[in-house]
Design a protein around this ligand. Structure first.
Ligand code: PMP
Length: 307
């Protein structure tokens, strides 16, 4: 039998419901430019026969901040949404790596066009998504000609669907020009995010990440990897502004994020990073990330929510 193109059930406002029950009419589609969401992964550990949701609490904290900054209203707490995610993954019986996508959207019936505020529905959707942590080669990146969105125009800190038009402009341009991925510069000329991902560099043994005021999405993976560098690998990790030419000068560079995990960069605008292969710190971080998300390495237990 062919696999269904969607899960049998989703979670909506506190209840597990059949997927078919959550239809929205296409004439309500414009409302979705306001929608905010999260991207979360859960990893299957075959030896333990367990599915672990990674950094659920941090993702839901960011979701609730996106809801607040969008002036959306929900009576659901972080704990209720977390319980919903766990219950849904359990009910669907996944025994593989999956993606979990909470989405908060205005109720079409209650939406006030004049004020763009009001009650929202919170939906959780899921689908199988295998890890790609074992990519054998690095990504060929470019610096985009498109500038990263600005906090006072369209805040990158809010994980809003509309923000992803900015990423899409950059990633489409990159693929038209023969690159795998685009890196964006902010309006101050400093390095910001990759498209749909965060970025980190290694220079002289120090791991670098942009600051949270560099028009980045405040990345859960950044936080995770910075903590792992400092506490496990004994590698210095700092957040600071980064110049474009530091990208080209880096010993190692990688994109990171829930979806992309840890993805080495082999070149930027034709400048080879390191020797063009996967650098030693990137490799160590990739291995640690692999073991932590799946609960093979049992440290940082609070980061994993068992289903
Ligand atoms: N920046 C952008 C623009 C993103 O879309 C993502 C992916 N959510 C990230 C950074 C990484 O965020 P996280 O590590 O929380 O997944």
């Amino acid at each position: 039998m062919p696999e269904p193109a969607h899960p049998a059930h989703v979670w909506l406002d506190g209840e597990i419901v059949p997927w078919e029950r959550t239809m929205v009419h296409v004439t309500d589609a414009p409302l979705f430019i306001h929608a905010v969401f999260e991207g979360i992964r859960a990893y299957w550990n075959p030896a333990q026969e367990r599915l672990y949701i990674f950094r659920l609490d941090a993702h839901l904290k960011r979701l609730l901040n996106s809801i607040k900054l969008t002036r959306m209203r929900t009576t659901l707490s972080k704990e209720q949404i977390a319980q919903g995610a766990v219950a849904l993954c359990g009910a669907l019986g996944y025994r593989e790596d999956i993606y979990i996508r909470p989405l908060a959207y205005f109720d079409p019936a209650a939406f006030q066009a004049a004020t763009t505020s009001g009650p929202v529905h919170v939906l959780i959707n899921t689908w199988p998504r295998p890890s790609q942590l074992d990519r054998p080669t690095g990504l060929k990146c470019c610096v985009s000609s498109w500038t990263r969105i600005v906090d006072n125009i369209l805040p990158a800190r809010v994980k809003c669907l509309a923000n992803y038009r900015n990423s899409a402009l950059a990633s489409t341009e990159a693929s038209f020009n023969g690159y795998d991925w685009a890196i964006m510069i902010n309006s101050h000329g400093k390095v910001s995010d990759g498209t749909g991902s965060a970025l980190m560099l290694v220079r002289d043994g120090v791991v670098l990440a942009p600051t949270v005021t560099d028009d980045v999405l405040e990345s859960v993976t950044h936080e995770t990897l910075i903590q792992v560098c400092r506490e496990v690998l004994g590698v210095e990790a700092v957040r600071r502004e980064m110049d474009r030419t530091e990208l080209y000068s880096a010993d190692e560079a990688f994109l990171c994020g829930t979806g992309l995990e840890v993805a080495p960069i082999s070149s930027v605008d034709g400048y080879t990073i390191g020797n063009g292969g996967i650098g030693p710190i990137t490799q160590q971080l990739r291995r640690m990330y692999h073991d932590l998300v799946r609960g093979i390495d049992r440290r940082y237990e609070a980061w994993r929510t068992a289903v």
